[in-house]
Design a protein around this ligand. Structure first.
Ligand code: UT7
Length: 326
């Protein structure tokens, strides 16, 4: 028998340190007004030096476990969606495993940039559906501030650090109804960090050239994000046989208010159904959708039996959407 998977606990963590638009005005040629009107962001959280993604992720994980009423030893598997692990080896997931004491779990990282959380949920769902595992921790976490060129105004205003986690378990009713993931590597150059990998390992020259920082062709990514998320949501709703009217809450990747508005308009979604918390956190990459999910729940925007839609998009390019009955 094929089992269904549902979310039985959620949690998130963001660092305390707030970086406001006014702070950025002192660092690069920009203005609070430009950032708010072009992106919708007012402030973002930045981790202290010496913090790793696994530190943020472990805090989010413990909160999700508590919310699910489970102990760390109950976990069968940990999947950490991140493209900013503490270090190339070992994985962020193994570091989280040790930090929370989930000693019976298998653990691995999944790299799908800002779309990582939906990719990781889809992956975890397969283990539940086949009956292989019962309790899976799915994390979306990034400490992207480590890769930001704080002299590049086109990127440094956009991003923030954070982590979110959910516990995925077999569901008798509801749960994940459908999902769509996709990618197009032909657009790989539009959003990338070139240095520090196997092709361009760290050298004095790569550091001098600032190759270790994130670079983005923002306007192209913008257009493809709108198209990618709109199409993924449409396809996932069709697969689930769910109409737009039945959707109680739409939780898009929190990258830019104008992207979110354009996707909402193209879909024909009522604006009050679209959840946005971008102003407070900026784009937290793989954590964005899961932090938004946590806040939507705590604000009472999602109730039992509600149908919700997640949609993500990121470097790769990659995208994903998922319909869930709560
Ligand atoms: O997680 C998924 C990945 N990322 C995204 O989804 C981001 C997608 N892209 C975007 O959000 C937007 O493209 C940006 C917010 C990055 C940029 O907004 P835009 O409306 O596409 O602006 P633009 O890049 O076309 O630049 C317009 C102008 C330029 O000046 P000129 O050439 O017209 O004189 C930029 O130099 O705005 C200038 N500009 C700024 N001005 C003040 C760019 N960044 C800033 C800034 N402050 N921070």
């Amino acid at each position: 028998m094929t089992l269904k998977a549902g979310i039985s606990g959620v949690g998130f963590y963001v660092p305390d340190k707030v970086l406001t638009n006014r702070d950025l005005e002192k660092m690069v040629e920009t203005s609070d007004e430009w950032i708010r009107t072009r992106t919708g962001i007012s402030e973002r959280r930045i981790a202290e030096k010496g913090t790793g993604t696994s530190d943020l992720a472990a805090k989010a994980a413990l909160s999700a476990l508590q919310n699910a009423g489970l102990k760390a030893e109950d976990l069968d598997l940990i999947i950490a969606a991140t493209t900013t692990p503490d270090m190339p080896l070992p994985s962020c997931a193994c570091l989280v495993q040790a930090k929370i004491g989930a000693h019976k779990a298998a653990a691995f990282d999944l790299a799908a940039a800002c779309a990582g959380f939906v990719y990781a949920l889809v992956t975890a769902e397969q283990f539940i559906r086949t009956g292989t595992y019962k309790n899976i921790l799915v994390i979306g976490a990034d400490l992207i501030s480590s890769y930001i060129d704080w002299t590049d105004r086109s990127t440094c205003i956009l991003f923030g650090d954070g982590a979110g986690a959910v516990v995925l378990t077999p569901a008798k009713t509801g749960g994940i109804l459908s999902s769509v993931i996709g990618s197009d590597g032909r657009h790989a150059d539009l959003l990338k960090i070139c240095g520090g990998g196997s092709k361009f390992p760290a050298t004095a020259e790569t550091v001098k050239n600032k190759d270790h920082y994130l670079r983005m062709t923002g306007s192209e990514v913008f257009k493809l994000a709108v198209r990618g998320m709109t199409d993924a949501v449409t396809e996932s709703l069709q697969k689930a046989n769910v109409s737009l009217d039945q959707v109680a809450c739409f939780i898009p990747h929190q990258a830019n208010q104008r992207i979110i508005d354009a996707v909402g308009e193209r879909l024909g979604l009522a604006p009050e159904k679209v959840f946005v918390n971008l102003a407070k956190y900026g784009n937290t990459s793989a954590a964005s959708c899961v932090i938004a999910l946590c806040e939507a729940l705590s604000m009472g925007k999602i109730k039992k039996k509600d149908k919700i839609v997640l949609a993500t998009f990121g470097s790769g390019l990659v995208w994903g959407a998922m319909v869930i009955e709560w």
